[in-house]
Write a protein that binds this ligand. Sequence first.
Ligand code: GLC
Length: 427
Amino acid sequence: METAQLIVPPPLSRIARFEKLGFGMFLHWGLYSQLGAGEWVMLHRQMQAEQYNQLKETFTAEDFDARAWARLARAAGMRYITLTTRHHEGFSLYDTRGLSKFDALHSPAGRDLVAEFVEACRAEDIVPFLYHTTIDWQWWKDLKWPPRDGGPQFAEYLDYFHASIELLCRNYGPIGGLWFDGNWAHPEADWKEDRLYALIRKFQPEAMIINNTGLDAQGGKGHPEVDIMTFEQGLPTMPDQRGSQKYLAREMCQTMNAHWGVGADDFAYLSPRQIIENLCLSRKVGANYLLNVGPTAQGGIPQYENAALRRVGDWTARYDTILREGRPVDGTSCSGRDFILQVGRSYYYFAFNLAIKGNDHVTVNNGLAGSRQLKGLPEKIESARWIDNDEILLMNPTVENEDLLIAFTPYSYGTQLVVRVAELRPV
Ligand code: GLC
């Protein structure tokens, strides 16, 4: 009994598959995109539905090219996209088939944008995930959260919400997962999660079930059917899953600036460097990294995001398999943010903050040079080399039994990979 409790349960196959996707794109797009002030603009400006819903009449989606989105994700090294099929504003990008007139079919767009999205993803070998809000500001017109005591309106809303999810589960073929968001607003309500998840399992048995625990509960645990711990805007951690009923994947989602829905006056962008580092720090603990882009009013790809993602893709292309298949090695530790991953028989050392070498009159050196220690590796290492230039790295495996000392050479002026990866081959 005692020993059984110490075992980390093996991941279900859908969870293991999800972990190998590694890097994904979050797309926040809705009527709010036309105002360029983020996806909470209806609430922030206290707009009444009568006024806000006028945005439907100018929603043309004329710049939305789902194939272009999927190709961009691919170019960045991403393997999945999570699209907001309905956000808190209550507008659906999909055909609600009579459930509501507040959808893309009843706007000038006149198309089922989720159908296009799913099809484009498949054509580009990207796994489609569908985000869906659980709170809906169309139902609480005074913009208050769902009534604390539930009440008949809440029951009616849940029927509508669950019928909406049934449409998503039945009309778009197999999807990677459903990503719910909003229960954090009203944790004491009875969201009837049993009913919702049974519905998903019936029509989409292999879909991941995700339910965002929100900014205040990073990595919180929810209903037993949920497959992931969410880390909204925060680096993920590696929880001890020994003895738990089910192994859970983890995913960090993050905005590329300070908004999910496009922010016209937002300049606070992450650089390719920061994106690469955050991707690595997610993989360090075996978590996925879901990076957000807010398309323009009519669904175009914003310039900066386009360029930054393509630049990131130049880096991820070098390490694609290692990033997706690499798993953390229990009991190992490196200094600083460095870490190792294992793929097959090889280990890969991810080195952060390396120095750069060149003429003193030109190099600005704020990185570190020299040896770094790797503790706790279960095997003896025979050789180490940088993957990018095949340079062999000197090692000193004799310092204490299990610790390995590797002499990491600096970048030479002309290169700066942000995070550099060395392959370590066991004896
Ligand atoms: C938050 C916000 C929301 C955003 C989500 C993404 O919970 O309410 O606007 O979609 O996080 O993680």
